[in-house]
Ligand binder design. Sequence first.
Ligand code: SAH
Length: 354
Amino acid sequence: MPYICGMNSTVEKSDIRALNKEQLKDWFIAHGEQAFRAQQVYEWLWQKSVKSFDDMTNISLATRTHLNEHFVINHIKVDEMQRSTDGTIKNGVKLHDGRIVESVLIPTEKRITACISSQVGCSLDCTFCATARLKRMRYLNPDEIYDQVVAIKQQGDEFFNRPLTNIVFMGMGEPLLNYNNVLAAIDKITHDEGLGMSAKRITVSTVGVCKMIKKLADDEVKFNLAVSLHSAINEKRSKLMPINDSNPLEDLAEALKYWYSKTKRKVTYEYVVWKGINDQKEDAEALAKFCMHVPSKVNLIEYNPIDDGPYQQAAPEAIEMYQRALRARGVISKVRRSRGKDIDAACGQLANKS
Ligand code: SAH
C-alpha cells in the first residue's frame, strides 16, 4: 500500500536563504510573526551561518516550528578535505543536490586566500583547463558561494589560527556567466550582516565576457577584476580559449577601457606561457602592447599540467623575456608559482578527480 501523504507534507519547502531580507520580513508579517524577528533570523542565517532552525536560540520554539514547516536551510558540506605539503587545502564541497564543486584555501606568509567556485563544471572550452572537461551542470546559488567562503574562513581559524584575508573567484566555472548570483554572494560577503569583508580583497576572474565586464562597471562594483588572457594575438587566443571568437581582443580592450573609466581600478591579466605556443618575442610584445589599453598588471602563472596533452610550461628564459617586455612598458608583472599541485588543487586542475 502506498503511503498517502497528508496535506501539509505535500507542500514543498523552499530554501529560506533564497529570500532577501525584505522578502523574509514580508513572509514574517504575512504569517502573523513579528517583523523584527526576521532580522534576527536573517543574522542567524548569514552572519552566524547556522544550519538548523533549532540553533536559533533567541527565537521562540513556536516560530522555529513555523519556519521548519515552510522552509529548509540548504547548506553545503565539506565532503572531503585534502592537504598539500605546502599547506594548501582543497575541499570537495557537496551541494544540497549531491553535486560536487571544489574550493581551495591558499596560505601564504601574509594571506589566507579562498579560491571558490561559481558553477558546477564549466561551459567554456579553454583547451588547457581541467574544469573545461566537465560540462556545466548548473549555476551555484548565492548561498552556495557564500558557504564556501565561510568553510574556508573556519579552516583558516582552525588550521592556521589566521583570518581569511582574500577571496578569488578562480575555482570552477565562469563567474560572469553566473552574474546575479555571484554579485548577490559578494554582497553578503561584504555586508556587515554577512562576513563584513572588504570588496577590495575580492577578485573576480573572467575569461573576458565583454558585455558582463561593462555591466560590472555600470553596477559600480568595488571588487577587483582579473582577466585570463593567455595570448594577446586573436588567432592564438581563439585556439586556447574559444570564447575569444565571440569576444575578440578589440572588444575586450574596449570593455576594459569602459571598466577603467568607471571604476578607476587596475585590471590584472592572468597569463600562462607555454612552450612552443606563446613563448616568442612577438607574443610578449603583443601582451605588453595590450597592457597599454588600461592600467594593469600581469600575473605570469605557472602551468599546471592536467594530462600529457600538448601543453608544457615554457622555459624560464621565456618568462624572463616576458618580464623584460612588460618592464620596458612600465607594466608590473609577478611570477605566480603554483600551490597545492600534489593534490590537484592548483589553477585549472579542479575537476572533481578525488
Ligand atoms: N573562468 C574564470 C575563472 C577560472 S580562474 C577564468 O577563466 O578566469 C582559473 C584560472 O586558472 C584562469 O586564469 C585560467 O586561465 C587558469 N588556468 C586554467 N587551467 C590552468 C592550468 N592548467 N594551469 C595554470 N592555469 C590554468
